[in-house]
Design a protein around this ligand. Structure first.
Ligand SMILES: Nc1nc2c(c(=O)[nH]1)N[C@H]1C(S)=C(S)[C@@H](COP(=O)(O)OP(=O)(O)OC[C@H]3O[C@@H](n4cnc5c(=O)[nH]c(N)nc54)[C@H](O)[C@@H]3O)O[C@H]1N2
Ligand SMILES: Nc1nc2c(c(=O)[nH]1)N[C@H]1C(S)=C(S)[C@@H](COP(=O)(O)OP(=O)(O)OC[C@H]3O[C@@H](n4cnc5c(=O)[nH]c(N)nc54)[C@H](O)[C@@H]3O)O[C@H]1N2
Ligand SMILES: [Mo]
Length: 762
């Protein structure tokens, strides 16, 4: 890049840290105050409350935050939203604008030196913008010209696999379906998505063992469960509405275990902000047992528990395992039992980082209860053995016959509000033949069969010059992906990068030679096509598909909907397309008719989705049917991970603060951890601070070690914290520079961003 010297990572500068003791409870009144503060700053209180009242209500729009489901029947009169949903909506309904004047005043290079908080707070993008080769500023461009530029570039590539079509999980079913069709009609399966960095390990592990890559439980199952294990997940911040479900489970007599290197306030005590009496009484104690595992000590813990369960079963046959279920429904039982007989209990306990007593308490609960649910998220999936973590959970559930019945099963808690739906719609680099065959039949096309690039493979291919055009349907590729410097170089080798976005982020600044921004409508905004209002649909974490209809004026009259943008791209990028792109966007029912024809479970889509609360997609595991090769659920052998590191080093996990949604920084606080006004912090156990001679709030630098490679991130303040010994926590995306591109989960290729070997230097 000759004229633009953009910063790939935000400045490594401090703001003004204030650290107070972490609170013991979560939500309550401070959550309401914080929600209202974000709303009034970005939208104004009156308009803000109007928006909130439409969120997650029948006839309203789906919260653009996380994928936690809404209650099937009753919706709270106060609005089915949480503090972080309110922040998400404040962020997208903001009154601030990124317009032609904004880009005239600020060069791309200048903006790239702002921190991510300030980049994001610039506002909503108002019209298409173009960054020419070697130029310093974005300039406005018409939609027509933008589509033509992208189309002719795509048509000029020697091979369709030189393009990659990325998706982030906020995209609707309709837009996602059209987008994958565009990629396949164009000739590539290069459809990397945020899922590759997220729950891919869950999808891989669950498909192999249970025949479906999705979770098996419903919200009602959580309420009815006897034991919910929350492992590698921080629901207080990332899925706050889940706390209300856990509270119901407790009220019904269920027990809750939390497994986490950090004692997160969210799973400890919950104060329902929608229940004034509860606020006064001080809330509900959620956890019955908290287990402070070492980072990646989960397989060891689960295996130790399995050994105790086996011992109890052998001592008192037929009291612990569900033999009838195992015999009828499962494969590979003997192999698992043999593996367990060869495993060493003491080693498992040591490797988990817990005491013998703690492990026994956990096992006693698993032994006693019959209706068990495991909920998990990134603390399990983003490890080299992420798939094995998930499979070890499945082993426990299968032994207990705790799947395919009420109150029991698997619950991978999804991230983005429609990440699960996007995959259902075919956003996948490894599509199944049955799906492609249907797609080809419906559209009379010849979809490519060769697998495409996932996220990590796309980065490598860009670095090697194999991928030259990158299109992002939402998301923030440069900041969300690992190894920021390497990925930055990779992106900058592209000829053209295109971002379909609502708001400005670093991916609009770290670009290919040429770059184009296509601004789209957000979920809360009215979408009119041919003068008629349209709605879109999404699928939540529990497989419920429902409609979402925006009701607010668009941030600018020049925005297009995501489906309309895909149609615009298709018409210039595909030379002889016979597909009815115009018809599809003239009325989104036509997109849904195509989906009905291609994807099982969407029969009568247009009818069913208009019914209040939507409809459940079929889910074999939920009914105890396992669509694996053998039509049986599979026990697996998952070896203990080798977590060996240099004795002077630490293991770092890269996690979210309370005031961010992935790479979008809502604010500078992490209230539930007592951290205020600062993101460059490093959570460390007090004993480790003493041992290594670190003072409170001392400034330190991190060096990542991966084989012979090292990577640097500077300027973090040490926070004394209740975190497992030898473990560190710091926020992503600031720490993504440290995540090695080659450090990924086996089988799922998910970056292992929860296990980074680092040394801490002053
Ligand atoms: N407000 C808000 N909501 C969000 C998001 C957001 O950024 N902000 N992101 C959305 C997305 S895309 C996702 S995927 C989810 C993410 O939701 P989470 O997975 O809850 O998010 P993380 O902050 O990555 O937290 C991982 C948790 O796992 C723990 N952990 C880390 N390593 C280990 C380990 O080895 N073992 C165990 N047992 N625990 C471990 C951490 O201490 C932390 O509590 O949230 C979604 N919802
Ligand atoms: N080190 C580390 N890295 C991680 C993780 C981690 O835990 N640690 N977590 C990983 C996970 S779980 C995930 S899911 C990924 C997230 O990766 P991404 O999904 O790529 O990132 P986001 O930050 O969610 O994307 C935010 C951007 O999406 C755009 N956007 C918002 N709403 C809309 C919309 O309605 N339509 C369109 N078209 N655009 C919109 C805005 O421009 C916004 O800036 O990051 C991953 N990266
Ligand atoms: Mo995610």
């Amino acid at each position: 890049m000759k004229t633009r010297k953009v910063a790939i990572v935000p400045p490594e500068e401090f703001s003004k840290l204030k650290y107070r003791q972490a609170p013991e409870s979560s939500v309550g009144l401070p959550a309401v105050t914080s929600a209202m503060k974000h709303i009034s700053e970005e939208i104004g209180l009156i308009d803000g409350l109007k928006v909130l009242n439409k969120m997650n209500q029948h006839g309203g729009f789906d919260c653009p935050g996380c994928a936690w489901p809404d209650p099937d029947k009753e919706r709270s009169a106060l609005g089915e939203y949480c503090e972080n949903g309110a922040k998400a909506i404040a962020e997208e309904a903001t009154k601030k604008r990124v317009d032609a004047d904004f880009f005239k005043s600020h060069s791309v290079e200048e903006i790239s030196h702002w921190d991510d908080y300030h980049v994001g707070k610039s506002g909503r993008i108002t019209e298409p913008f173009y960054l020419a080769k070697d130029s310093s500023h974005y300039v406005p461009i018409s939609w027509e010209e933008a589509f033509t530029k992208i189309g002719s570039k795509l048509q000029s590539l020697e091979n369709p696999n030189q393009a990659a079509f990325y998706t982030s999980g906020r995209t609707s079913n309709e837009a996602a379906f059209m987008y994958q069709l565009l990629a396949r009609e164009y000739g590539t399966n290069n459809l990397p998505d945020c899922s590759n960095m997220c729950h891919e390990s869950s999808g891989t592990g669950l498909s192999k063992t249970l025949g479906i890559g999705k979770g098996s439980v419903t919200l009602e199952d959580i309420h009815q469960s006897e034991l919910v294990v929350v492992i590698g997940q921080n629901p207080g911040t990332n899925h706050p509405r889940m706390l209300a479900a856990l509270e119901k489970c407790k009220q019904n007599g269920g027990s809750i275990v939390s497994v986490n290197p950090i004692h997160e306030a969210g799973t400890n005590v919950f104060i329902d902000p929608q229940n004034p009496l509860k606020i006064l009484k001080g809330g509900t104690k959620l956890e019955d047992l908290y287990l402070q595992v070492k980072i990646n000590g989960d397989v060891a813990l689960l295996k130790a528990a399995l050994l105790l369960m086996l011992k109890a079963e052998e001592d008192r046959p037929d009291t612990v395992f569900d033999h009838e279920f195992i015999e009828r429904k499962c494969d590979n039982y003997q192999a698992l039992i043999q593996h367990l007989h060869e495993a060493d209990f003491g080693t498992c306990v040591t490797e988990s980082g817990l005491t013998d007593t703690e492990v026994r308490k956990f096992a006693d609960l698993l032994i006693a209860k019959k209706k068990i649910i495991f909920c998990w998220a990134m603390g399990l999936t983003q490890h080299e053995n992420g798939v094995q973590n998930v499979q070890e959970i499945v082993n426990i559930l299968l032994l207990k016959g705790s799947i395919g019945k009420p109150g029991a099963g698997t619950c991978p808690v999804r991230g983005h509000s429609n990440v699960q739906g996007d995959r259902t719609m075919g956003i996948w680099e490894k599509p199944k033949e049955a799906f492609l065959a249907k797609l080809d039949e419906e559209f009379k096309i010849n979809s490519p069969r060769a697998h495409g690039f996932d996220t990590v493979e796309t980065i490598r291919a860009m670095h090697e010059g194999q991928v030259k055009v990158f299109i992002g349907m939402g998301g923030n590729f440069i900041s969300a992906t690992p190894d920021s410097q390497f990925t930055g170089e990779a992106i900058q080798k592209c000829d053209l990068t295109v971002q379909i976005s609502t708001k400005l982020n670093r991916s609009h600044l770290v670009t290919g030679e040429e770059a184009i921004i296509l601004p789209c409508l957000s979920r809360s905004e009215k979408d009119f096509q041919n003068g008629k209002p349209q709605f879109i649909t999404t699928e939540n974490s529990m497989g419920v598909v429902q409609k979402s209809e925006g009701s607010f004026e668009p941030a600018s009259p020049y925005l297009k909907s995501e489906p309309a943008i895909v149609a615009g791209l298709a018409k210039t990028s595909l030379s002889n397309t016979q597909t009815d792109w115009n018809r599809m966007i003239s009325n989104y029912d036509h997109i849904r008719y195509h989906i009905t024809a291609v994807i099982p479970g969407f029969e009568d889509y247009n009818k069913k989705v208009r019914i209040k609360g939507g409809f459940y997609l079929p889910n074999g595991a939920r009914n105890g049917e396992f669509n694996t090769e053998s039509q049986k659920a599979l026990f697996t052998i998952n070896p203990l991970p080798k977590n060996t590191i240099d004795p002077n080093h630490f293991v770092l996990m890269t996690i979210r603060s309370h005031d961010q949604f992935n790479t979008t920084i809502y604010g500078m606080h992490d209230r539930y951890r007592g951290i205020h006004n600062e993101r460059r912090v490093l959570l460390m156990n007090p004993k480790d601070m003493q041992k290594h001679g670190f003072e409170k709030e001392q400034v330190v630098h991190l060096t990542g070690h991966y084989g012979k490679e090292t990577r640097e991130a500077r300027n973090f303040k040490v926070i004394q914290y209740d975190i497992a010994k030898g473990c560190l926590g710091a926020y992503f995306p600031e720490t993504n520079v440290l995540v090695p591109i080659d450090h990924v989960a086996k089988e799922s290729n998910t970056p292992a961003s929860k296990f980074i070997e680092v040394s801490v230097n002053s």
